[in-house]
Structures are given as structure tokens and as C-alpha cells.
Design a protein around this ligand. Structure first.
Ligand SMILES: *Cc1c(COP(=O)(O)O)cnc(C)c1O
Length: 357
């Protein structure tokens, strides 16, 4: 992956070094323009990280105490933390067990008079059913904030994720499909007023230096990270194609193993394979067996947010969100990164054949 970039990152750094402009300069503006165009939205506003992007989205939509936000029961904790940070109430909704994404069929039952927004997460790189989610949101007058941290470039019904919701958050954490060399994030939107609000909030609530219009935050996209993201963005399609090829290899080599559930791609989406996640009742055994052969796997995620100590005051117990719990207990993310070869995939698959006998 890095080899594709050649000297370009060093040149970007040299330019940054000579420019001596470190905060909210030309590189941030340029990346915002490029990313908005690439994502098919009118605006992109860079922020410090993905969690801040989610948090500032909810702030800009004036969601706070007394409001409820629907979130997936199976997600990275950042999705939940953003809702907590604005003081709103988290209302978890279970996923479709086939796609691991929000089940639109369960959304309406979770909507009440205090519901203000739906926060769908395109988990593992697969787009949610945004047609259904947007229809439900419109019917009930709710905002939609997409969490697009894992799905740069995923498509639903011909449109890219990050371009459906009123205000959408993403992360460029180094391991994401488009990753910076440190923390970075962004929001995308077609709404000029919301884009302006985010610009204020990320920079102390100020558009004119030392005059503050709202109580804001310091959550600016770093100038150097923006320059490096601009270097990487043109390669994203190529890297996504490599991820898709790897997913096909896994599928071909693993589909005849009994007891392993392979990822299912819904027919309205183009998956970008942030993770290749299988499920098996013998997950821990399989992970240990692979580890013994030097193959690192991950669990995304071992404990759902409702069972985290951080959320014990919400009073949830095991059994409250059984699908999220089943996924946490059985999921295993196999190695997935551009540059992984067919030989390596075949070796990983062969080991699994042995371990599942
Ligand atoms: C990575 C991630 C985030 C948070 O991004 P950071 O940049 O690490 O703050 C939020 N939501 C999901 C689903 C993620 O995968």
C-alpha cells in the first residue's frame, strides 16, 4: 500500500515544512474540496477524529438532553459515546444478523416522541439499507447522521455512503480504508448552513479570529494529515479493488467449511471490506490456532457497548441485545489489507480447514 505512494508523502511533508503554516491552511481546504467531490457531497469539513465528527454532527443538529438517538446495538463504542457526549439518550436497535447492519424493520418500534435522529453505522465496510432508513426518517421527521468511519467508497443503490444523511461523520484513523498517519476525521453534507456550523464548532465557535459566535471546541483537521490524505485519496479505488479481490479469494476458499458463517453481501450494496468478518461457535479455538501459525486475527468487537463498564449506569444486562451479543461472541476478523496475496489467503483458509475438522 505505502509502496504505491512513492516519494509523494515525503514531498507533501517537504512542502508543509517549507510553507510553515500549521493550522487550517491550504492543505485542509484542498483535502476538503477533494473529499467532498469524491464522496458526492457539496461540503466536507475536516475535524480532529471520527468521534469528534459524530459529536459535532449531533451538536450542530442541536440534539441534547431530553432527546433520543437510535444507534446500532453492535457497533464500535464511539457511536454511542457521541450520543452520551451531547447528553441525549441512547436507544440501541438490533442488526440484521445477515449483514450486521441496522435492521430497518426494527427501527419504527424504537421511535418515540423524543426521538430526534438515527445514527446508522456501515459496519465492516458494507452500506446500510439507506433507502429504507431515509424513508423511515422522513416519515417521522428525524435527522440521519451516517457513521461512515468503516465504509469510505461503499455504495448503496448507486450512491456513496456519507452522502445520504443530513450530516455524516467519518474517521481517517490509520487503519481505516482511507487512513491518515495519525488521528483525523471529517463531516460531509449537502447543507451549507450545517457545514458552516461545523466550521464554527471545530474552531472555538469562531469564524473571525478572537470573536466567538458559539461555545465551540478545538477539533481541527491537522494540516499535515490533510496533506497526506490528499496524497492517498487517489489510490483508494485501487486499494478497495484489492480488498474486494481478497474477499473473493476468502469466499472461494472458505465456503465449503461447515460451521463457518461467511460475510453476506446485500444485493443493493458495493462492499468495501474494511474487515472480512466470519462467525463460528469455535471462534476462540480458531483464533488461537491461527495465532499459533503466526496469523493475527482481531475481534470487532468482543463486548457490545451495552455490556461495557463505561455504560453500566444504563443498567443493561446480558440478554438485552442478543444479536449484538451473538456477534460479539462468534465474530472473527481475518487479515484484510491491500497487498495481502492469494497465497497468504490460501494458507489462512487451509489452516482453517484443518482447525475445523
Ligand atoms: C473508527 C471508528 C470511529 C471513531 O473514529 P476515531 O477517528 O478513532 O475517533 C467511529 N465509529 C466507527 C464505526 C469506527 O469504526
Amino acid at each position: 500500500m505505502n509502496a504505491d505512494l512513492g516519494e509523494a508523502p515525503m514531498e507533501a511533508f517537504r512542502h508543509f515544512w517549507e510553507q510553515q503554516w500549521y493550522i487550517l491552511g491550504h492543505s485542509v481546504t484542498q483535502f476538503e474540496t477533494e473529499y467532498a467531490r469524491w464522496n458526492g457531497t457539496s461540503f466536507c469539513v475536516g475535524v480532529a477524529n471520527g468521534l469528534d465528527a459524530l459529536h459535532l454532527a449531533l451538536r450542530a443538529l442541536q440534539i441534547g438532553p431530553g432527546d433520543e438517538v437510535l444507534v446500532p446495538s453492535n457497533t464500535y463504542i464511539a457511536t454511542w459515546l457521541a450520543v452520551s457526549q451531547v447528553g441525549a439518550r441512547i436507544v440501541p436497535v438490533e442488526p440484521d444478523i445477515r449483514t450486521y447492519n441496522l435492521d430497518p424493520g426494527l427501527l419504527e418500534a424504537a421511535i418515540g416522541p423524543a426521538t430526534k435522529a438515527i445514527l446508522p453505522v456501515h459496519l465492516y465496510g458494507q452500506a446500510c439499507d439507506m433507502t429504507a432508513i431515509m424513508r423511515i426518517a422522513e416519515k417521522h421527521g428525524l435527522y440521519v447522521v451516517e457513521d461512515n468511519a468503516q465504509a469510505h467508497g461503499a455504495v448503496h443503490a448507486g450512491k456513496m455512503t456519507g452522502s445520504f444523511g443530513h450530516l455524516n461523520a467519518t474517521s481517517f484513523y490509520p487503519t481505516k480504508n482511507l487512513g491518515a498517519l495519525g488521528d483525523a476525521g471529517a463531516l460531509t453534507t449537502d447543507d451549507p448552513a450545517l457545514a458552516e456550523q461545523i466550521r464554527l464548532l471545530r474552531n472555538y465557535g469562531s469564524s473571525r479570529k478572537y470573536y466567538n459566535e458559539v461555545p465551540g471546541y478545538n477539533s481541527r483537521l491537522d494540516e499535515l494529515q490533510a496533506a497526506l490524505l490528499s496524497v492517498k485519496l487517489p489510490f483508494l479505488e485501487k486499494w478497495t479493488a484489492q480488498r474486494r479481490q481478497i474477499a473473493e479469494w476468502y469466499h472461494a476458499h472458505l465456503s465449503d467449511i461447515e460451521g463457518i458463517i461467511l460475510p453476506q453481501v446485500s444485493d443493493t450494496t458495493a462492499h468495501v471490506w474494511h474487515q472480512y468478518v466470519i462467525r463460528t461457535d469455535r471462534r476462540d479455538e480458531l483464533a488461537a490456532g491461527l495465532a499459533a501459525e503466526g496469523i493475527g486475527t482481531m475481534i470487532h468487537y468482543p463486548l457490545p457497548p451495552h455490556l461495557q463498564q463505561a455504560y453500566r449506569e444504563l443498567g443493561y444486562q446480558r440478554g438485552d441485545f442478543p444479536l449484538a451479543e451473538t456477534i460479539a461472541d462468534t465474530c472473527l476478523s481475518l487479515p484484510m489489507y491491500p497487498g495481502l496475496t492469494e497465497e497468504e489467503v490460501t494458507r489462512i483458509a487451509t489452516l482453517q480447514h484443518g482447525l475445523h475438522r
